[in-house]
Design a protein around this ligand. Structure first.
Ligand code: VGL
Ligand code: ZN
Length: 207
């Protein structure tokens, strides 16, 4: 059965670099693929996001000499985790997982494409002001409720879900369709923040 016309499925960053064997692999990351594929058949609105960095991106530790991957640095827009080089525009690592059924997507939104600023959220870059345009797209299509799955629970899914809730969308996160990086307690922090913003966390069999 199809979900209602005001419900969209948002599939966050199901890309090779976040899956086993990738540059920033999330443990068991590819387990979200069959969940996303099954859900996609049931939605009128399907949005995929793609982390899409230029090679000189400032979030890469390699572009910040003297700083290690997974350490924190102060950027003009606030603290930023430094990552291994990942999801470089046009690379195999930036491509969607081969088994992800991307044909069902109405919109693919790319983010993190400006060298000087990272973008975890599908809605705002990490300065929390520069928009990606996604909220406008969803509103024009009269979408009110977002169901989210993808990678990683404690970074891009978390920031996307919280921004969406702040923007007034009803947000449901499906845990079996997500996997986490869990860096220094980031998963526990994510869970607490999701709850604070009234985001429902459930599993895909509830849809
Ligand atoms: C992500 C770290 C860096 C994510 C993207 O998709 O969660 N995490 N870039
Ligand atoms: Zn990234």
């Amino acid at each position: 059965m199809k979900t209602g016309p005001d419900v969209a499925l948002i599939v966050i960053d199901v890309q090779n670099d976040f899956c086993p064997g990738g540059a920033l692999a999330v443990a068991d990351g590819d387990a979200v693929v069959p969940v996303a594929n099954r859900l996609m058949q049931r939605f009128d609105h399907v949005v995929l996001t793609q982390d899409w960095h230029p090679a000189d991106h400032s979030s890469f530790a390699a572009n910040n000499p003297g700083h290690d991957p997974f350490s924190l640095i102060d950027m003009p827009y606030g603290p930023q985790v430094l990552w291994p080089v990942h999801c470089v525009q046009g690379s195999k690592g930036a491509a969607f997982h081969n088994d992800l059924e991307t044909d069902r997507a109405n919109l693919i939104i790319r983010k993190g494409y400006r060298s000087e600023i990272d973008s975890y959220s599908a809605f705002f870059e990490n300065d929390h002001t520069t928009t990606t345009g996604l909220a406008g797209y969803l509103r024009e299509r009269a979408v009110e409720h977002l169901i989210m799955v993808g990678l990683a629970t404690d970074f891009c899914v978390r920031f996307s879900a919280v921004d969406a809730a702040k923007l007034g969308f009803r947000v449901t996160l499906l845990e079996d369709g997500c996997r986490a990086i869990d860096l220094d307690g980031s998963l526990a922090a994510a869970r607490a923040e999701l709850a604070e913003h009234g985001i429902t966390v459930t599993t895909s069999d509830a849809i």
